[in-house]
Write a protein that binds this ligand. Structure first.
Ligand code: SF4
Ligand code: SF4
Length: 132
């Protein structure tokens, strides 16, 4: 099922922001700089990564996000490491499984969860405290 960028963003916002630890009681993002959320700051790249894959296996989607989103994110270091990810401050990484759930909703696919490993494999996830 094809989805527009706007449709995908609405589906993923509804799913992820609703459970994100940064969300305020009035339903808004509590980040001081809402542009700091890599998931939506880089949403066109996230959607492009998702739409570049046609598989019922979840791993190619995860790999596509790592390959197509992280390298254009200002938070990634030249060596490919990411402090934000290590501190569980990246919603894209922390809520990866839920994002995949949203992808399923958008595309009607069912992924093989047995193959899922790494960050985002367990839930619920609480984004870590800001670095002092
Ligand atoms: S940090 Fe990102 S995922 Fe969390 S509420 Fe804000 S915009 Fe939504
Ligand atoms: S894991 Fe790091 S480099 Fe990748 S999108 Fe998140 S903050 Fe950016």
């Amino acid at each position: 099922m094809e989805r527009s960028l706007g449709e995908l963003e609405v589906i993923i916002r509804n799913r992820i922001c609703a459970v994100c630890s940064e969300r305020t009681l009035d339903g808004n993002c509590g980040l001081e700089d809402t542009g700091a959320c890599a998931l939506f700051r880089l949403f066109p790249q996230v959607a492009q990564a998702i739409q570049s894959v046609h598989s019922d296996d979840i791993n190619p989607y995860i790999e596509a996000i790592r390959r197509m989103v992280c390298p254009v994110c200002a938070d990634q270091a030249p060596d490919g490491s990411c402090e934000t990810r290590q501190q569980v401050q990246c919603a894209l990484d922390a809520y990866l499984v839920l994002i995949v759930d949203a992808i399923e909703e958008a595309t009607g696919k069912t992924f093989d969860r047995q193959a899922l490993n790494g960050p985002g494999a367990s839930q619920p996830v609480t984004l870590g405290p800001p670095i002092q």
